[in-house]
Design a protein around this ligand. Structure first.
Ligand code: C5P
Length: 398
């Protein structure tokens, strides 16, 4: 069980920190809480002290009251196996992203060597603000983790993306921290759409955001795997400890995946690869004329089918994004492409598909197994897919 610091900053979602602290305690973790001044406007230290069974830290200059920590922020930071900032306000995110450390919580974050995760909670427009997003990207690049907010009703009376992840989702990061169960495995993940050039300024693509593939790459790396992410154009932040190979077209992706294949233990193909490309990409911008235009398309290579044909000992997982006859289509792909697993979802469903933060997947295995997962955050779905891959890997390498 872990030593967890829950850092509470000043947002209305602070009341959920109380539930988190209680949950972590029930799971057997030791919890110490740090509150900013603003956090104390929303809930009292007494609440968190009672739930954590430990004194609550509120000031850099508190040494007299709790002599056991000597220099408070260093002692606390050293004690922690993990820090969770719940909720993380736009202000606190911005502050840490720019290296400010002017209170106990921000100094502790600076001094921490353990993983730090932020659970943002704010108005949806604030969350979407490019400055906030840039600060989040800075922190992600520096190796900080995020438990992304979800869509929902917000305290300001609107609804949108900004509602803090649930205490259960936040507590789940501790599990991925503990597990380094993918250590020694080399996993190639593909993600995002491809772009097929029509001319130098135009292309054919699809709605894939890359979220599912990036979530798989992130979770696999968190669990100790050696991860290569071959990614089509995506605005997702690059996960820590993942080697990214950026590509544009299906043919670029094919070449990149082929290069990685012989050294891979597992290939997970979450990318939405364009099946067709323009037969010729014009060297110069195509000028419009009065009449209609016909664009001739030719087939792209089916990367996954090629991987299936040239499989040695690699475990292959494909994705089937379907709009109808999900099971039948998925099973067809599983067989045709010689896969070990196919992760199928109905992209017409409310909780699944392109650009969403959640997914509802059913995984069909070559051994006839069917694993129907509930609606899950893409990170959690990624973990469940990796669990299945790991089971097969262990069975094969006994
Ligand atoms: O046949 P379909 O495109 O639905 O199959 C989906 C699976 O095949 C995905 O895992 C996708 O990444 C992969 N695929 C591929 N190359 C293509 C088309 C799809 O690797 N040209």
């Amino acid at each position: 069980m872990a030593n967890v610091i829950v850092g509470v900053t000043g947002g209305i979602a602070a009341y959920k920190a109380a539930e988190l602290v209680s949950l972590l305690g029930k799971q057997g973790h030791a919890v110490r809480c740090i509150m900013t001044d603003a956090a104390q406007q929303f809930i009292t230290p007494l609440t968190l002290q009672t739930l954590s069974g430990n004194p609550v830290y509120t000031s850099l200059f508190q040494i007299q009251e709790s002599p056991e920590w000597q220099v408070e922020h260093i002692g606390l930071a050293r004690w922690a196996d993990c820090m969770l900032i719940v909720p993380a306000t736009a202000d606190f995110i911005g502050k840490v992203a720019h290296g400010f450390a002017d209170d106990l919580l921000s100094t502790c974050v600076m001094a921490a060597t353990a993983p730090v995760f932020f659970a943002p909670a704010m108005n949806d427009q604030m969350y979407a603000n490019p400055l906030v997003q840039r600060n989040i990207a800075i922190l992600r690049d520096a190796g900080y983790g995020f438990i992304d907010p979800v869509e929902g009703n917000l305290a300001c009376g609107t609804s949108g993306k900004g509602k803090m992840a649930s205490p259960q989702q936040i507590a789940a990061v501790l599990e991925t921290l503990r597990k380094q169960d993918l250590q020694g495995m080399r996993i190639v993940v593909t993600a995002g759409p491809t772009r097929e050039a029509v001319d130098p300024v135009r292309y054919i693509t699809n709605h894939s955001s890359g979220k599912m593939g990036y979530a798989i790459a992130r979770q696999a790396a968190n669990r100790g795997a050696d991860v290569v992410l071959v990614s089509g154009p995506s605005s997702q932040a690059v996960p820590a400890n993942v080697t990214v190979v950026p590509v544009q077209s299906a043919r670029d992706m094919f070449a990149a995946v082929q290069e990685q294949y012989s050294s891979a233990d597992v290939v997970i193909k979450a990318a939405a690869v364009a099946d067709y490309r323009p037969k010729t990409a014009a060297a110069q911008k195509i000028k419009k004329s009065d009449g209609d235009m016909v664009l001739e398309l030719e087939r792209n290579p089916d990367i996954l089918a090629w991987l299936g044909e040239h499989k040695q000992n690699q475990i292959l997982m494909g994705f089937a994004a379907e709009t109808n006859d999900v099971q039948q289509n998925a099973l067809g792909k599983l067989q045709r492409k010689h896969l070990d697993f196919i992760a199928a979802n109905d992209v017409t469903q409310q909780h699944s598909g392109f650009g969403k933060d959640t997914n509802q997947i059913t995984v069909y295995g070559a051994d006839g197994s069917v694993t129907a997962l509930p609606v899950l955050a893409k990170e959690d779905a990624a973990d469940r897919l990796l669990d299945l891959v790991l089971q097969l890997y262990q069975a094969r390498n006994k």
